[in-house]
Design a protein around this ligand. Structure first.
Ligand SMILES: Nc1ncnc2c1ncn2[C@@H]1O[C@H](COP(=O)(O)OP(=O)(O)OP(=O)(O)O)[C@@H](O)[C@H]1O
Ligand SMILES: [Mg+2]
Length: 336
């Protein structure tokens, strides 16, 4: 398989500017572009595919610039949000289309289409038309069609967002399984942080027109560098404190930050442990399936704690008015 690199890439429209200094997708890696609507995910993917040309910069496959290659010469397979199947062709024909365009012999086409059908779990449905399939099945056809040409790079643009939650979860697991099995370098686009965490080797979090941070899912989740990444990936506690002698404290809650002056401390609600005591006030709580979310107040600052119900040191019915807290993992955000 190949590695994909974007170097100093710039794309400009009247009211939008996308600038990616450096983004690397390793050989056989599953990299996800994650970000809110309009941040430039699709544009980035379309530049890798060759449907969109950057004004400046290079797109490299295994170190070779592909800027001047049309999409069909880049060795890519692409899956879109809306499936984009040919309605007048059967499942078999839809999948075979790319191979027929390449002029492969009949027997070879047959063999490869059967392989792709099996890979995506569609055996037996090859003679149906797209309108006779569920959304999930149609997206499997689109996936088979992208894979059947044995691309070096698989590109997927929100392939699951038109499907309902159950199917979405099942199909994302299958996409991941197939990606691993084939070891195919993959760039996946989504605005769903849970989906990104579930499938990715690494995630590139995008904010309007640029990449904020790239890292492994848990690295981004627990050690975000910016407030944007922190908030985009889940519930966050962010405290603005002043550090003295390497420590920043809020009431009895202290963080060893190893620096002086203003700091912004970040931690997830599940890093906050509670036990009987009287340091902080319990303002409110909310039950979630199997968990509890507590709203706590320390010296005028509100923080969230989240625990599994069976690790609470007291019953929900006997919720105390005050508790002690301990934050077991935190990071210091970069200055904005
Ligand atoms: N062909 C185009 N001409 C002009 N502007 C465009 C074009 N394509 C995209 N844009 C603009 O570029 C910005 C980024 O669009 P893009 O489709 O890459 O975002 P996205 O992150 O994929 O969003 P979404 O999650 O909604 O799909 C938007 O402001 C969009 O309006
Ligand atoms: Mg998009």
């Amino acid at each position: 398989m190949v590695r994909v690199e974007l170097k100093g890439v710039l794309k400009e429209w009247e009211d939008f500017r996308l600038s990616i200094e450096r983004l690397k997708v390793k050989d056989s890696e599953f990299l996800t572009l994650l970000g809110p609507s309009g941040c430039g995910k699709t544009t980035t993917l379309r530049m890798i595919a060759g449907f969109e040309k950057p004004e400046r910069g290079e797109i490299l496959f295994d170190g070779r610039p592909v800027n001047d290659l049309p999409p069909y010469e880049r060795g890519i397979g692409i899956v879109f949000q809306d499936y984009a199947l040919f309605p007048h062709m059967t499942v078999f024909k839809n999948i075979a289309f790319g191979l027929e365009m390449k002029g492969l012999p009949r027997a070879e086409i047959e063999r490869r289409v059967r392989w792709a059908l099996e890979l995506v779990g569609l055996e037996g449905l090859e003679n149906r038309y797209p309108e006779q399939l569920s959304g999930g099945q149609q997206q499997r056809v689109a996936l088979a069609r992208a894979l059947v040409v044995e691309p070096d790079v698989l590109l997927l643009d929100e392939p699951l967002s038109n499907l309902d939650a159950k199917i979405r979860e099942r199909l994302r697991g299958e996409i991941k399984r197939i990606q691993r099995e084939l070891g195919i370098t993959t760039v996946y686009v989504t605005h769903d942080q849970e989906e990104a965490m579930a499938v990715s080797d690494r995630i590139a979090v995008m904010n309007v027109g640029h990449v904020e941070q790239v890292g492994k899912p848990l690295e981004l989740y627990y050690r975000p560098k910016t407030e944007f990444v922190a908030r985009f990936l889940g519930l966050s506690n962010i405290l603005e404190l002043k550090a003295e002698n390497g420590r920043a404290c809020l009431g009895g809650l202290c963080f060893d930050v190893g620096r002086e002056g203003k700091v912004r401390i970040f931690f997830r609600p599940e890093s906050v442990y509670v036990r009987p005591g009287d340091a902080v006030e319990v303002l409110d709580y909310e039950l979630l399936p199997g968990r509890i979310r507590l709203k706590l107040e320390i010296e005028g600052s509100v923080i969230l704690a989240e625990r599994f119900l069976d690790e609470l040191p007291f019953g929900v019915e006997e919720m105390p008015e005050r508790v002690d807290v301990e934050v077991r993992s935190f990071s210091v955000l970069e200055a904005e």
